[in-house]
Design a protein around this ligand. Sequence first.
Ligand SMILES: Nc1ncnc2c1ncn2[C@@H]1O[C@H](COP(=O)(O)OP(=O)(O)O)[C@@H](O)[C@H]1O
Ligand SMILES: [Mg+2]
Length: 338
Amino acid sequence: MNKKHNDEWAVEARGLVKLFGDNRAVDGVDLNVRSGSIYGVLGPNGAGKTTTIRMLATLLRPDAGEARIFGHDVVKESHIVRQLIGVTGQYASVDESLSATENLIIFSRLLGLGSAEARRKASDLLEEFGLTEAAKRPLKHFSGGMRRRLDLAASLIAQPPLIFLDEPTTGLDPRTRSQMWDTIRRLVDTGSTVLLTTQYLDEADQLADRIAVIDRGQVVAEGTVDDLKGSVGTSALNLRVDQEQDIAYAREIVEQVLDVRASVTAEAGKITSPLTDPDQVTDLLVALRNRGIRLTEISVQKPTLDEVFLTITGQGGNENNIGPKISESSKRAEEVRV
Ligand SMILES: Nc1ncnc2c1ncn2[C@@H]1O[C@H](COP(=O)(O)OP(=O)(O)O)[C@@H](O)[C@H]1O
Ligand SMILES: [Mg+2]
């Protein structure tokens, strides 16, 4: 990776907001993606995944918040950011009437490869993605799954340091899906960072080092797969401390009283913890008060991730038909200002 870029964080986003009319499509999203990792943004249809990616990829201007890609601001330094990223999820095609091979060759040439190299690259990629037989067919006769594979293939030509994959496997058959997973892993093995969105828990589980679960424009859970699995079956307790310097101490108290490992988003002064027994909240509030820690906000989020996950994973490979149900069930947050 280029040394003049911030090497540790591929993505640092704070409080990203995007409004469409009065729809808060993205409503204060924080994301931190470590370089060299696979990060999964998991959420139902309409959660705000694509909108988030489009802001990170400089395709859409945030209404609030900020984001950096390898240290470069997506708004102020968009020209640099664009050189560091690849986005798939839209059609990669240059021309629908051209064949898959021709499209990939044109792509390669646009990226500065020589003619022979472009030809070789195109044929290697088509083979890898099981598209060799369809190589000569015009794109307009391609199925959705074939397009998606071609789309990812095109993004591999340049292999930028950060690759956004927007639902790379939605609607694919299982075999192609696992092929896709292998390719994504290889991208990371060879130095790229991948941020992918998915509606499938198992995909996030298979691939992602960390996951953000997003619903109605907000991150409702974040952590490693193990962290998230640990919180399945419980509610989530969110606390915001008044004094940011109290956060480490407050976290200790949360861990002691609730007997869990709390995940802390320190920048926001916010602590999130699984909560198995609502009665414990009283004990926790007393303990925090006794130690002089003031809260500005406390909320308990029901339901649990497992409901969300179960609904997602229980639906098999059908595209686009699972959103509303999940959104309904995952939105029973109760907020109390203190
Ligand atoms: N260009 C747009 N204009 C108006 N509303 C949009 C637009 N794009 C997305 N939305 C709305 O924003 C919300 C989030 O959409 P999206 O980011 O596409 O979710 P996801 O990718 O998680 O399915 C949805 O309510 C969607 O209808
Ligand atoms: Mg989307």
